[in-house]
Design a protein around this ligand. Structure first.
Ligand code: FES
Length: 236
C-alpha cells in the first residue's frame, strides 16, 4: 500500500530536489534512477491522472520479488493454500482445483524469474551508486560526510545485495551444469563462488524480509527529510 502511494506521489524523493539544506545527497530507492518520463493521462471515468516515472522503475524490483522462489512458496502456501505442503490435501474450495504447478498461464510466467534477476542485478549497481552519493553533501557544505541517512542507505544496499545474490537463479548460473568441480581452475573457482552464494541462499527468506522492509523504510526516511518533518543528522 505504501509503495503504491509513493508510486503516484512523485515528490519528496530527494532532499536536494525539495530544497532541504544540510542533508546527505539521497535519492529514494523507489525513484532511482531518475527518469524524465513524467506525464498525465486521461483515463475515461477517472479523469486526468498523473503518471509517475516510479511506475516504470518499480516494475523490475516487483517482478523480481513476485517471481522469487521464496515468495512463491510463501504465497502459494500462506495465501492460495495451493498446496499447503507436499502431499497435503488442499482445503475448501481449493480441493476441487488441480494443482498444476507453474505449467499454465498465468503462473507459467513465474519461470521468467532469471530475467527478472538480470534486471535486479542492474538495480544493485544503480543503488550502489546512490549509496555512494548518500555519503556526500551538496548544500550548503559540499563533499564527503556521514549522516544517519548515509548509514540507512548503506544498510539497505547491503541487505538488497544479500537478497539479490542469494537468488536461486544466480546460484544455478554460478554453480549449475558442472559435472566436476575439481577438474579445472575455472570449475574450482565456480565451486568457491557457489559456496558463497549458497551461504546467502541459505538465508534467502531472512534477507527477503529484511530488504523488503529496509527499502520501504529508506524511502520513508527520504520522504520525511524531504518534507522537512525530520532532520538528516550529520555525524561528521
Ligand atoms: Fe528469490 Fe531469486 S529465488 S530472488
Amino acid at each position: 500500500l505504501y509503495t503504491t502511494y509513493r508510486m503516484f506521489d512523485n515528490g519528496y524523493y530527494s532532499p536536494e530536489a525539495a530544497g532541504i539544506m544540510g542533508a546527505a545527497d539521497m535519492l529514494s530507492p523507489f525513484y532511482s534512477p531518475l527518469l524524465p518520463f513524467n506525464f498525465n493521462v486521461n483515463i475515461p471515468g477517472l479523469g486526468v491522472k498523473h503518471v509517475s516515472p516510479a511506475i516504470y522503475i518499480l516494475i523490475f524490483p516487483l517482478a523480481f520479488r513476485m517471481t522469487c522462489y521464496y515468495y512463491r512458496k510463501a504465497y502459494y502456501r500462506a495465501i492460495f493454500a495451493d498446496p499447503l505442503a507436499c502431499a497435503v490435501g488442499e482445503p475448501g474450495a481449493n480441493s476441487r482445483m488441480n494443482y498444476s504447478g507453474e505449467r499454465k498461464f498465468p503462473f507459467v510466467l513465474l519461470n521468467l524469474h532469471r530475467y527478472a534477476f538480470y534486471a535486479a542485478a542492474v538495480f544493485i549497481v544503480l543503488l550502489g551508486y546512490d549509496t555512494y552519493k548518500a555519503f556526500t553533501f551538496t548544500i550548503p557544505d559540499k563533499g564527503f560526510g556521514v549522516s544517519v541517512g548515509s548509514l540507512i542507505f548503506l544498510i539497505n544496499w547491503v541487505l538488497l545485495t544479500a537478497y539479490t545474490f542469494g537468488c536461486h537463479s544466480w546460484r544455478h548460473l554460478i554453480g549449475g551444469k558442472v559435472d566436476c568441480y575439481s577438474c579445472s581452475a575455472l570449475s574450482r573457482t565456480r565451486y568457491g563462488l557457489w559456496q558463497k552464494v549458497s551461504y546467502l541462499n541459505n538465508r534467502h527468506a531472512l534477507y527477503a524480509w529484511c530488504s523488503m522492509i529496509s527499502v520501504g523504510l529508506t524511502d520513508v526516511y527520504v520522504n520525511l527529510v524531504s518534507r522537512g518533518i525530520i532532520t538528516d543528522f550529520r555525524l561528521f
